[in-house]
Design a protein around this ligand. Structure first.
Ligand code: 13P
Length: 249
């Protein structure tokens, strides 16, 4: 059985005091769930978040990481730095990193390889823009995003990979993919992986949906057979909303 996951990507929100407040509220209200729960606060607050959640089932993860081991990369953070403060998972390939920080397949490949080499788990994000969907190019685009970054990996690497399909047109827009659109794409992703590797890898990989998931639509999206949870932006910043989404799974 593949893992169910609900992850909150806080993006550039919440200072230290606000981070501590939200984490305390989440810890106090966390429901008993078989799903894994993750939160990704901003870099400067990661170490403190790990300490705060020391006895909690919530895993703290990073929003990004650099591919180099160390060196002259002003402003960047390495895998070793994350591991050293107790972070074992990094989001890689978020559409905002792709769009605003020019992270393309080549850089993302290096990041994924570096994370895996350091024994980290990768939450790999990808998804099409609105124009791709309108022109019917969305399946091709998603296939190439997967292929260019993940298909040269060793089969064993897949035990450390979680996928998050996030159609760019649904991120922060309030417009979510319909449960049918999410299921259709997730099934396509699983088939693409089965074709490139094998059915066992495809069936075992967790595929999250991200893009305007809210308490009101989470249950229907999560009910789809190939949707294994969600990567949540805006709604992860409000404790009651995030808790409701965890309960929906
Ligand atoms: P929203 O839930 O705010 O649409 O953001 C989704 C997202 O980008 C999570 O990484």
């Amino acid at each position: 059985m593949r893992a169910k996951i609900v992850a909150g990507n806080w993006k550039m929100n919440k200072n230290l005091a606000e981070t501590e407040t939200l984490l305390a509220e989440l810890s106090a209200k966390l429901p008993d769930s078989t799903a894994e729960v993750m939160v990704a606060p901003a870099y400067v607050n990661l170490a403190s978040a790990v300490r705060t959640l020391d006895n909690s089932k919530i895993e703290v993860i990073a929003q990004n990481m650099h591919y180099a081991e160390s060196g002259a990369f002003t402003g960047e953070i390495s895998a070793d730095m994350l591991l050293n403060i107790g972070i074992n998972t990094a989001i890689i390939g978020h559409s905002e990193r792709r769009a605003y920080f020019a992270e393309g397949d080549e850089i993302l490949s290096k990041k994924v390889v570096a994370a895996l080499k350091n024994g980290m788990r990768v939450l790999f994000c990808f998804g099409e823009e609105l124009e791709d969907r309108k022109s019917g190019n969305h399946f091709k685009l998603v296939e190439s995003q997967l292929k260019n970054v993940l298909f040269s990996l060793e089969p064993a690497a897949w035990s450390k990979i979680v996928l998050a399909y996030e159609p760019v047109w649904a991120i922060g827009t309030g417009e979510t993919a319909s449960p049918e659109q999410a299921q259709e794409m997730h099934a396509f992703i699983r088939k693409t992986i089965a074709d490139a590797f094998d059915a066992t890898i495809a069936n075992n990989v967790t595929i999250l949906y991200g893009g305007s998931v809210k308490p009101g639509n989470a249950e229907e999206i999560f009910s789809k057979p190939d949707v294994d949870g969600g990567l949540i932006g805006g709604a992860a910043l409000v404790a009651d909303d995030f808790i409701a989404i965890i309960k929906a799974i």
